[in-house]
Design a protein around this ligand. Structure first.
Ligand code: MSP
Length: 661
């Protein structure tokens, strides 16, 4: 059985988890799930990096011991993954006794092999980076990252003979194009290695200056440099050297990091491995940085994005989808809540959500909620299948190389094609014309493709994918999925299986409300159901407050209000009225045997596509009337202010026919 091992960096415990940490964790989880779906045995490792100056200083500032402080923040990182729907197999801490032992073992081994020596060194030390800089690396005498002046420190320390492996590393990178990806980072590392002599790496700190670290096994006056300690987590977690896990997973190690820690992973780590007699990792996968409105996230600017707030506001599936779709692998991406809302509405609510809502509602209407049997295949079905095959192959090829954004783009070719296929095959017309055999094929083609889409989405949105599959009557079972075969396989969905009546997994989302001062007061209004002048009377809250104590003019008794039967229903289809520009003819499922036809004055505000699949609130007991020749059996409610008109809907899924009370 082939295997896959994926890691995130182990995060420093000097600050709370933010969007950047969340993204790497989600990316690692999604590729781990993808490889599991491909039939591989996977192992996903994350954790915290707890030694060194940074942590010692932060704990001092917090008035705690380094260990107390690390315990606390490490706990926040441990809770991060489950909050993001991620399931690491292991959470390692560099303060774990086993890790400490492994680091000491490796130090001893490399020391005995002669690749660690004692020497004097003077250099520009940046406390932020916890490393020495050479004169050449400084920019105008400042640390290129922190823009602060490093301190010149001259002291005796232990050094790792990194320079000895420079030539080997250049050759190794050249011979293994997949070793560092995308290519731009590979090229960056190669040009760094080729631009001059690689220096040896200072791997100790005298205890006189820092005690919060792993003691060198061969000199108790020194602790280990935090990077030499931290990088070894990737093998100590696997119980190097003798652990079964190490044997199984080290040959298939795939690291994920952002570009900020490229050099330690692409230069220090492979040379350390070489010196310790271990084979290099399989690949280093480098993603870009999340910026916030094109600015670096920073506590001092106050623009740090908290993953928990995003998950609480938009849901874990939607948040994961946005991050994996928005960031092109290797490039920076900009996070804004408007972009997030825009993408969720376009890709999830409109494309994917609509597809599920309409298809499930139609299966209920036309086939009693059961997957129909397909009849013979038409040209348009074969064309869709071919497009689907390419979309799924594109998804798989890209996901396998961490290009989640391109993978999703490819899958959405299929999602959009399915919506188009429904519009073109017009199942409602087939139904009206009693072409049941063709209708059965069309619905089967749609439902089977929806199953394929849902399975492919499991790495990205595990929670939503499992719900989608349950709605299709096919509960998710990892062992039964054979993703490599999915693009070609056909007919997995069994005819006769019951599907859910509606989906509603991806309701449209709005940006959180602006501050009250800027908010406009919305006015509830019934849409026109007839010719002009038939608009329902409006009452604004302000007008109500100004009226006499008896109540505003035209106020109704509670008993009268109770006469209204307001219900939630799903729009099955909508079309322009053949004889009136402002009217739409809408078919709404209200949990009754037949859908309701409602003629609504919404054509200037909504396109038929925008309405289809949405849940709406309907006045269900309005006396039927004819509008421009077509019978209208109710009224769809909207809320509007001076600028926008929005459909009135429930905040979450409600069964069709659910009462508004
Ligand atoms: N402790 C080291 C890593 C040691 S690994 C052996 C470290 N920790 S960190 O807490 O600073 O985490 C850096 C990592 O967090 C990045 O490489 C990336 O995975 C993630 N991110 C932090 N901020 C980020 C962004 N703004 N954007 C994207 N990811 C970033 O470095």
């Amino acid at each position: 059985m082939s295997r896959f091992f994926v890691t995130t960096p182990i995060f420093y415990v000097n600050a709370k988890p933010h969007l950047g940490h969340a993204f790497t964790t989600i990316l690692a989880d999604s590729v781990s799930r993808f490889h599991a779906l491909m039939g591989e045995e996977t192992y996903f490792l994350t954790g915290t990096d707890e030694h060194g100056d940074k942590i010692a200083k932060a704990s001092e500032a917090a008035g705690q011991s380094p260990k107390e402080y690390a315990d606390q923040i490490s706990g926040l990182f441990r809770a991060l993954a489950p909050m993001l729907g991620a399931k690491p197999n292991q959470f390692i801490r560099t303060t774990d006794a086993d890790h400490i032992k492994t680091v000491q073992k490796v130090l001893q081994k490399v020391y005995e092999a002669g690749d660690i020596y004692f020497g004097e060194y003077g250099g520009h030390y940046c406390f932020g980076c916890e490393r020495f800089y050479t004169e050449k690396e400084l920019v105008d005498g400042m640390c290129p990252d922190h823009k602060t002046k490093p301190e010149y420190i001259s002291e005796k320390n232990y050094f790792f003979r990194m320079s000895k492996y420079q030539k080997w590393l250049i050759e190794y990178i050249n011979e293994h194009p997949e070793f560092i990806r995308p290519a731009r980072y590979r090229n960056e590392v190669l040009s760094l290695l080729e631009s001059g002599a690689l220096e040896d790496l200072c791997i100790s700190r005298p205890k006189s200056r820092l005690t919060w670290g792993i003691e060198l096994p061969f000199d108790p006056d020194f602790v280990c440099y935090v990077w030499f300690d931290a990088l070894l987590n990737y093998v100590s977690a696997l119980n190097y050297p003798r652990g079964e896990r190490f044997k199984k997973f080290w040959p298939v190690a795939n690291h994920i990091v952002a570009k900020d820690i490229l050099k330690p992973h692409a230069v220090f780590w492979p040379t350390m491995l070489k010196a310790a007699g271990l084979q290099p990792y399989q690949s280093l996968n480098v993603h870009g940085y999340w910026l916030v409105r094109d600015t670096k996230m920073s506590k001092s600017i106050g623009n740090v994005v908290e993953p928990k707030r995003m998950v609480d506001t938009y849901g874990v599936s939607a948040f994961r989808y946005f991050l994996l779709r928005e960031m092109a692998f290797g490039s920076d991406a900009s996070f804004t809540e408007d972009a997030l809302v825009g993408r969720l509405n376009a890709d999830l609510a409109n494309d994917l959500g609509n597809l599920f809502n309409r298809a499930l509602a139609m299966t209920h209407k036309y086939f009693d909620g059961k997957v129909p049997s397909p009849d013979k295949e038409f040209q348009e079905d074969a064309e869709l299948k071919h497009l689907g095959l390419e979309a799924m192959q594109g998804f798989q090829a890209n996901f396998g190389e961490f290009r989640t954004s391109r993978a999703l783009e490819s899958l959405w070719d299929l999602v959009r094609a399915l919506n188009k296929y429904i519009d073109q095959t017009a199942p409602w017309t087939l139904y009206k014309n009693k072409q049941t055999a063709r209708l059965g094929t069309v619905m089967y083609v749609v439902l089977e493709h929806m199953r394929k889409v849902a399975v492919h989405l499991w790495p990205v949105m595990p929670e939503a994918s499992e719900k989608m599959l349950a709605q299709l009557g096919m509960p998710f079972e990892l062992e039964k999925v054979m993703l490599p075969k999915e693009p070609e396989v056909w007919g997995v969905l069994e005819s006769g299986v019951a599907v859910a009546p509606t989906s509603n997994l991806f309701p449209r989302v709005e940006l959180p409300e602006p501050a009250p001062a800027a908010r406009k007061e919305p006015v509830a209004e019934a849409t026109k159901t007839g010719a002009s002048g038939e608009k329902a009377e409006k009452t604004t809250p302000k007008a109500a407050a100004a009226a006499a104590p008896a109540g505003p003019a035209g106020s109704v008794e509670f008993a009268d209000f109770q006469k209204l039967d307001l219900r939630v229903g799903t729009v099955l289809s909508a079309a322009k009225h053949p004889d009136a520009d402002k009217l739409l003819v809408v078919q709404v499922a209200l949990g009754e045997p037949e859908p309701r036809q409602i003629v609504a004055g919404l054509a200037d505000r909504f396109s038929p596509e925008e309405l289809t699949g949405k849940q709406v609130v309907v006045v269900a007991n309005l006396a039927p009337r004819k509008l421009r020749g077509l019978v209208s059996q109710g009224m769809i409610l909207v809320a509007k202010d001076a600028e926008v008109t929005r459909l009135l809907t429930a905040a979450g899924m409600v069964d069709d026919g659910g009462k508004v009370a």
